[in-house]
Ligand binder design. Structure first.
Ligand SMILES: [Zn+2]
Ligand SMILES: [Zn+2]
Ligand SMILES: [Zn+2]
Length: 364
């Protein structure tokens, strides 16, 4: 007998709309039956795994091909991480464009900063191939750059750190890199998380993210069908946990938009990524690197977007109700008309099964 007979997909197909507890508008249709699959698996364009490419502007030795570095780590000797301005910024501070309203047309000045972290000297190095120390260096650089940007200009309300890895995730330059965009507005999805978690806090005097972590670590229940007495649903302790460190946890959200989506959160409440301490970085790097290795093993070459959601610096108080997190969204399929037209994400693998497969990967 299988250990989790109820979660076994061959025993029970899932077809239900799952409400995202933090942003209910971002709900997900989990439909695991093969015949129901409304989208096809993407033919992943192969990722460039070379170590050094002579013509690549981000490879060592080609530093002159990028604008001068804003920052280089370490400051002397061979660099491990370089921060450069984006050559084609989506937001910038180079020109003054006044806000504009005409009828229903409204624009806000695209003021901000757009920078690129060349996050590893090796051209095609995936995070699971980096050392934990290197990943910790990058995670520290994110924090320090976010702080410097906020301090540089009070008009900046949000700094988004994200990474597109692989052509399937929209990476335009194959050399591994992450990006930083500082903007004068709070992005809509972060705004929704902030508002809804504040509402939850007012009602329950608890952070909703802490509540989610608590549920993931303690919840256990068997729900029976009243009429037939059959098991309708089984919730096992830890069934959404992918990786757990001393201070951080990687969780498969119950309402995952993407088949292999995983979120990493600090186990103890913390709203702002700027508050991550030196002692935390090593554990964060360890949890994240192991999570990436699990994803890569299960997907067979993970291409993904990740983004850091942290408390906005918009002059309001979010310290008690918001909880920063890293959302990792591997790209394995192309959204179809159904998803684009309905705004409903379709996930064809049950998050419980996905979490189990990720957990079962044996890491060295
Ligand atoms: Zn390169
Ligand atoms: Zn919390
Ligand atoms: Zn988020």
């Amino acid at each position: 007998m299988a250990e989790n007979p109820v979660e076994d997909p061959s025993a029970r197909e899932v077809r239900e709309i799952r409400i995202n507890p933090i942003v209910p508008a971002e709900s997900v249709l989990v439909a695991t039956a093969r015949s129901m699959r409304p989208k096809k698996a993407e033919e992943l364009a192969p990722r460039d795994t070379r170590k050094h490419v002579e013509t690549c502007p981000f490879c060592r030795g080609n530093e002159a091909k990028t604008p001068p570095a804003i920052l280089q780590l370490p400051a002397a000797g061979d660099w491990q991480v370089r921060l450069v301005p984006n050559l084609y910024p989506v937001l910038g501070d180079d020109r003054e464009a006044p806000n504009f309203v005409f009828g229903l047309q409204q624009t806000i000045d695209g003021y901000g900063r757009h920078e690129v972290f060349i996050d590893h000297p090796d051209h095609g190095a995936a995070i699971q191939d980096w050392s934990e120390a290197h990943l910790a260096l990058v995670l520290r650089a994110y924090r320090d750059r976010m702080r410097a940007l906020f301090e540089s200009d009070p008009r900046l309300k949000y700094v988004l750190v994200f990474k597109n890895f692989g052509p399937a995730a929209g990476a335009s330059i194959p050399h591994t890199h992450s990006q930083v965009i500082a903007m004068p507005v709070v992005p809509e999805n972060v705004g929704a998380e902030v508002t809804n978690s504040a509402e939850y806090y007012t009602k329950h005097h608890q952070c909703i993210f802490c509540a989610l972590i608590g549920e993931a670590l303690t919840f256990e229940a068997t729900i029976y069908d009243r009429a037939s007495g059959e098991v309708r649903r089984k919730v096992n302790v830890g069934q959404y946990v992918v990786e757990r460190g001393e201070k951080f946890i990687a969780i498969k959200p119950f309402a995952s938009r993407y088949e292999w989506e995983v979120h990493i959160l600090p186990l103890t409440h913390q709203s702002d990524y700027l508050a991550v301490g030196e002692a935390d970085l090593a554990d964060l790097a360890r949890v994240m690197r192991r999570t990436m290795a699990r994803l890569d093993a299960v997907i067979g070459g993970a291409q993904y977007n990740f983004f850091l959601h942290s408390a906005p610096h918009d002059g309001k108080e979010h310290g008690a109700s918001y909880h920063w997190h890293l959302e990792i969204c591997p790209r394995t399929s192309i959204p179809t008309g159904f998803e684009l037209g309905s705004g409903l994400f379709v996930n064809t693998i049950s998050p419980e099964l996905a979490a189990e497969r990720l957990r079962n990967v044996v890491l060295e």
